[in-house]
Design a protein around this ligand. Structure first.
Ligand SMILES: Nc1ncnc2c1ncn2[C@@H]1O[C@H](COP(=O)(O)OP(=O)(O)OP(=O)(O)O)[C@@H](O)[C@H]1O
Ligand SMILES: [Mg+2]
Length: 253
């Protein structure tokens, strides 16, 4: 499998704190990869670097062999990287449809709002992407509802729908199972498997070990900003450094 995402010695500092520390890793086309690690390990920061929400301090990230340095988040989204947020970024007073349209439009920046006013085909593209994402996530019938009226479980799918609106080749999910019950978590695993089977490469952060280990073909482990392990779920499960990183925390359960 060819490399889709390449993270090469990436570091991100916030003042004196090194949140991501020389992290290197690859996600190949078609893979389902998990990223795990204790609270504060740097997982969300790494996602922010990949999706262009935060610039790297040093190192390089390539998507589809293209260097992403200096690109804005909406440009990276257009290239084919969709993401969700650990804290859902849903507009409660907007409809489900409009929340997803923001993924198709907002990711493209203000200029596209203007273009949409002038250009019918751009508007149709946004609308088509939005309906396809709603269909995919089972939200079509709720399109006209205010997002505030959705259950928490449905809101998580709404967050994913927005990331899918631009038909990303790589989907990165930050704690998609957080707050879901066992039934919902199992349903989500099936949903992500389906997306992956249809060609979407998946990289996800999750604290639910059962979810990660059953869904992902490969797992990268992060602690204090560094990658401490990278392997199959079975390899990760018996890695001494990983067990040590989780010892004394509640996250390994
Ligand atoms: N914008 C920021 N400014 C300063 N420090 C930050 C910023 N973002 C993250 N950090 C710090 O970087 C470290 C890594 O945080 P990050 O959110 O990436 O961890 P995480 O692995 O996602 O944790 P969790 O599992 O709790 O979500 C933490 O010490 C955090 O406080
Ligand atoms: Mg996080």
């Amino acid at each position: 499998m060819s490399a889709l995402l390449e993270i090469d010695a990436v570091t991100r500092r916030f003042g004196g704190l090194t949140a991501v520390d020389g992290f290197s890793g690859v996600v190949r086309r078609g893979e389902r990869v998990g990223l795990i690690g204790p609270n504060g390990a740097g997982k969300t920061t790494l996602f922010n670097l990949i999706s262009g929400f935060t610039p790297v301090s040093s190192g390089e990230i390539r998507f589809d062999a293209r260097v992403m340095a200096g690109m804005k988040s909406f440009q990276i989204a257009r290239l084919g990287v969709g993401r969700t947020f650990q804290n859902l970024r849903i507009f409660p007073n907007m409809t489900v449809f409009d929340n997803v349209s923001v993924g198709a439009i907002g990711a493209a920046g203000h200029s596209v709002w203007k273009a949409l006013a002038r250009n019918r085909s751009a508007a149709e593209t946004v609308s088509a992407g939005t309906w396809a994402a709603l269909e995919r996530t089972g939200l079509t019938d709720l399109a006209g509802q205010l997002a505030a009226n959705l259950s928490y479980g449905r809101r998580k799918y709404l967050e994913i729908a927005r990331a899918l609106a631009l038909e990303p080749e790589l989907l990165i999910l930050d704690e998609p199972a957080a707050g879901l019950n066992d039934t919902e978590t199992a349903e989500l695993a099936g949903f992500v498997e389906g997306l992956n089977a249809d060609g979407t490469t998946v990289l996800l952060v999750e604290h639910d070990m059962g979810f990660v280990m059953s869904l992902c073909q490969r797992v990268m482990v992060m602690a204090s900003g560094r990658k401490i392990a990278d392997g199959t779920p079975a390899e990760i499960g018996r890695d001494a450094q990983v067990l040590e990183a989780y010892l004394g925390t509640e996250e390994g359960t």
